[in-house]
Design a protein around this ligand. Structure first.
Ligand code: KG4
Ligand code: ZN
Length: 366
């Protein structure tokens, strides 16, 4: 069978990325320009700055992806691009670029759902993985428990009612002065703390049995920090004031001199609460729905405590666990090229009226 080579573009948030993927699962190049350093100055992603940076970098990133794959545009069978969900201005840059390349070369255009991309990242390093399976999608904007019926059919059986898991990591990190992006920093800092130091809630509010809620947990952490400060006669309301990394950040600093609880204890306890809920829901759903294959996707899937707890729980219950390498968990274009291959093979082609859809639903085709 003829090889299918796809140039994929991703610009939904703060990574400008392009990749060349052969036959869906072979990554020939994966170029990522991360804007993180820029947004760190502001304590989070600034949409307007993200769009401008995408415009500045996108041509360079695409050229680099083709160069390192040793391919030319003429070698491509399709041009794929993330068209939602994400920041509208950021998405538009990738969509406009992909449409222009598709128009200029006459190559078909394939729009891809960002979360389908995250899920597809699992196929790249696990050649044996095929649907159906259960996938926990945990990113900065999404927390979904998804039944992946086939390559393009998805059923969301649980979702967050408020904050996404990654968002909770980012907010807690900021509250303790770890800076942005919080997830990886909490992950590293938690190693120095005791996960059972503070009993934070493993909350559940309304919705489906498999729904998640992290805003109560986030508030519990902030309230705990504030009450510790007030006990020491300090202003209890300085939360969110620290936008960038505190240069003097010390994981062993006591937040509560009375009990000896440290910053690292607080973040480790917070992380344990998030991990408990994510693992609990996923394992329960795998049994209930009868899936023996479980996958994880999205930035938070690179969290070391989550990987360890999920793999312990899966091996205890005889379930097979899959997750991508950290570089394929966070935003990248290789995962978009992988998802695009299955769309392309299913006959999906978009016209030049393809638009950015910031609130695109999983499984929705526009
Ligand atoms: O998937 P992603 O790159 O972007 C979205 O589609 O949102 O996910 C980014 C999120 C951020 O909230 C970041 O803090 C979180 O993933 N993250 C982590 C880790 N690495 C990234 N959260 C916990 N532990 C990590 N090691
Ligand atoms: Zn993402």
């Amino acid at each position: 069978m003829k090889d299918i080579q796809i140039l994929a573009i991703e610009s939904s948030c703060d990574e400008t990325a392009a990749a060349v993927v052969r036959n869906g699962r072979e990554v020939l190049s994966n170029t990522i320009y991360s804007q993180i350093d820029l947004h760190t100055l502001y304590g989070g992603v600034v949409p307007e700055i993200a769009s401008r940076k995408h415009i500045e970098k996108i041509n360079y990133v695409i050229e680099e992806a083709l160069r390192s794959a040793d391919r030319r545009l003429e070698d491509m069978d399709a041009i794929a691009v993330t068209y939602g969900p994400g920041l509208v201005g950021a998405l538009l840059v990738g969509v406009a670029e992909a449409k222009a390349i598709s128009f200029a070369t006459g190559k078909p255009l394939v729009g891809v759902h960002h979360i389908e991309g995250h899920i597809a990242a699992n196929y790249i390093e696990h050649q044996e993985l095929e649907p159906p399976f259960l996938c926990l999608v945990v990113s900065g904007g999404h927390t979904h428990l998804v039944v992946v019926r086939d390559y393009s059919t998805f059923e969301i059986i649980g979702r967050t009612q408020d904050d996404a898991a990654g968002e909770a990591f980012d907010k807690v990190a900021r509250a303790v002065g770890l800076g942005y992006p919080g997830g990886p920093k909490v992950d590293k800092c938690a190693v120095f703390g005791r996960p059972d130091a503070v009993a934070f809630p493993r909350g559940h509010v309304g919705g489906s049995f498999y729904d998640f809620s992290f805003s109560g947990l986030k508030s519990a952490v902030l309230n705990y920090l504030n009450s510790c400060r007030m006990k020491q006669g300090l202003d209890g309301n300085v939360i969110y004031s620290s936008k960038t990394d505190r240069p003097d950040f010390d994981p062993f600093e006591k937040v509560d001199p009375e009990s000896g609880v440290t910053v690292a204890d607080v973040v480790a306890s917070f992380q344990a609460a998030v991990v408990d809920v994510l693992v609990g829901h996923t394992i329960h759903a795998a049994h209930e729905y009868g899936y023996t294959k479980v996958a994880m996707a999205g930035g938070v899937a690179s969290n070391s405590a989550l990987r360890k707890a999920m793999s312990d729980a899966c091996s205890k219950d005889g379930l097979e666990l899959f997750y991508p390498s950290p570089v394929l968990c966070t935003d990248n274009a290789a995962m978009i090229g992988c998802a695009a291959y299955y769309e392309y093979m299913a006959g999906v082609r978009h016209g030049y009226d393809l638009n950015a859809v910031p609130g695109l639903k999983l499984g929705e085709r526009i």
